[in-house]
Ligand binder design. Structure first.
Ligand code: GLN
Length: 480
């Protein structure tokens, strides 16, 4: 990549991290603003307006898709049909990154993939402003995200040399960017959508995407060269996969199994937890004193807010632990993430137990969000960093896409688990979610034994290879 030299010579740092991290942070913040802003109004748009007659029949593809879903489920009313659309959409946006990753690795590189994906996503938001084109708009978002998400994510790791211990922290910082966008978007796109008109919510989401793209293009000079290109400059050829590479691939695939169960229960937040907030929670700020009710949708902002608030604490805890040599391994952190998720659902089970008729204090939800957010911080950014550190460079973006497939399967499973909510006693429902997290946590913790040597050997091996390649290049330079 032509910019490789400019990037390497011009690397400036901010708070001890390459300046490119700030731009990737800001680009992803705007992209997630767009993604979550649109998501916040989608179900309301569908159930309150678009799927009602006479508008519904004008939507291109409406009857075909409805017939398709109904062939599996039987007749669907507006709300269940909207829920199927929402579930399918939120699942499929996480399937396409696998293919977007392959396309970037093989043909176009990560930078072009981000630009192409960003343009398609912005177009998708603007297309959604036209009611007839709902499915076209959602399709564009699914395809665009496939190009964008894995490739922006791998670029964070590419800012650092293999083996650099700052990579984990970098992903935690990047994750804050994701959540700053996720926090503000329902407030802006959601409020615009609900008060001025849904299409203006989509418009704001599209503008957010455009801002993100402009920042990205402006920042290209500070961004890392595509990893495959960097590899080629080191070794002058594309390496075949080594035994160690295959082991790393195996380790990532194995970890994807429990991580799927993490998302299947984590994603209840937008589904059954939202229903709990609406139907079983006393949302009065201070009952008897300030009877103002917290709006149901605001609970969706608790998690991104807490991500931003807790990240500095967790990162400094890991920093202190690292100095003492007691920082948990990546796999242990992920197991802890699952245990924290299990605790969060125990909190909900206790709330449901103490208020069997509903009316549980909203503080239970706040406590639930605190635990589930801590769990997320121990698992999600850590997983991104893990893939960036150990996946072979030739298939890096594809492996990042594989990581996102856990959110595809997790979201499909989430819908299935959530479908038991209304029939089941709530204590049992939450205990079931907790048990899923706990079992997956034990499984992950057991993976420590086979996986630790694989996952910890890789950076050193890579660093040594890079150092050897650099030394060889220098020697060649000296000979010339
Ligand atoms: N909230 C994070 C994001 O939007 C993680 C989502 C996921 O992988 N399911 O990137």
């Amino acid at each position: 990549m032509a910019n490789a030299t400019a990037y390497q010579n011009g690397e400036k740092s901010l708070f001890g991290h390459p300046r490119g991290l700030t731009y990737l942070f800001t680009t992803e913040m705007w992209e997630r603003f767009s993604y979550y802003g649109m998501r916040a109004i989608l179900v309301l748009y569908l159930t309150n307006y678009l799927l009602l007659e006479p508008t519904a029949s004008n939507v291109i593809g409406y009857h075909t898709l409805k017939r398709f879903f109904e062939s599996m489920t039987g007749p669907l009313d507006v709300q269940p049909f909207s829920s199927m659309i929402y579930g399918t959409y939120t699942a499929f946006v996480y399937l396409t990154p696998f293919f977007g990753g392959i396309i970037a690795d093989r043909w176009i590189g990560q930078r072009y993939a981000v630009i192409i994906g960003g343009i398609i996503m912005a177009a998708g938001e603007f297309v959604l402003m036209v009611p007839q084109f709902l499915f076209l708009g959602l399709g564009l978002l699914i395809i665009g995200n496939g190009f964008f998400k894995p490739n922006i994510s791998t670029q964070v790791g590419n800012l650092y040399q293999p083996g650099d211990s700052r990579i984990d922290r970098a992903y935690s910082i990047f994750y804050v960017g994701i959540n700053v966008g996720a926090f503000f978007s329902p407030l802006i796109c959601g409020s615009l959508g609900e008060t001025v008109g849904y299409q203006w919510g989509f418009f704001a989401a599209g503008i957010g995407m455009v801002i993100g793209q402009l920042i990205y293009v402006f920042a290209l000079r500070t961004l890392p060269p595509d990893r495959v290109a960097r590899l080629k400059t080191h070794t002058e050829e594309k390496k075949p996969l080594t035994r160690q590479d295959w082991k790393a691939i195996f380790a990532i695939i194995l970890l994807c199994i429990p991580v799927t169960f993490f998302w299947a229960t984590y994603e209840q937040q937008g589904n059954t937890i939202n229903l709990w907030a609406q139907n079983f929670t006393n949302r009065e700020l201070i009952p008897g004193l300030i009877d103002w009710e917290i709006p149901v949708t605001w609970f969706q902002a608790f998690n991104p807010f807490m991500i931003a608030a807790f990240t500095p604490l967790i990162v400094s805890l890991w920093g202190r632990q690292s100095k003492k040599g007691t920082e948990p391994s990546t796999v242990t952190k992920m197991a802890l993430g699952l245990f924290l998720l299990a605790i969060s659902y125990l909190v909900m089970a206790l709330a449901a137990h103490l208020a069997p008729q509903g009316g549980a204090s909203w503080l239970w939800l706040a406590l639930f969000f605190a635990f589930i957010t801590l769990g997320e911080l121990y698992l999600s950014p850590i997983g991104l960093a893990l893939v960036a550190r150990v996946a072979p460079a030739q298939i890096l973006s594809m492996m990042m896409g594989l990581w996102f497939i856990t959110s595809f399967t997790g979201n499909l499973l989430q819908g299935y688990i959530g479908s038991f909510f209304s029939q089941m006693d709530k204590v049992s429902f939450f205990l079931m979610c907790s048990a899923i997290g706990a079992v997956a946590g034990v499984l992950t913790w057991l993976f420590n034994f086979p996986l630790r040597p694989i996952l910890e050997a890789k950076p050193a091996a890579d660093a040594a290879a890079a150092a050897a390649a650099a030394a060889a290049a220098n020697a060649r330079g000296a000979e010339a």
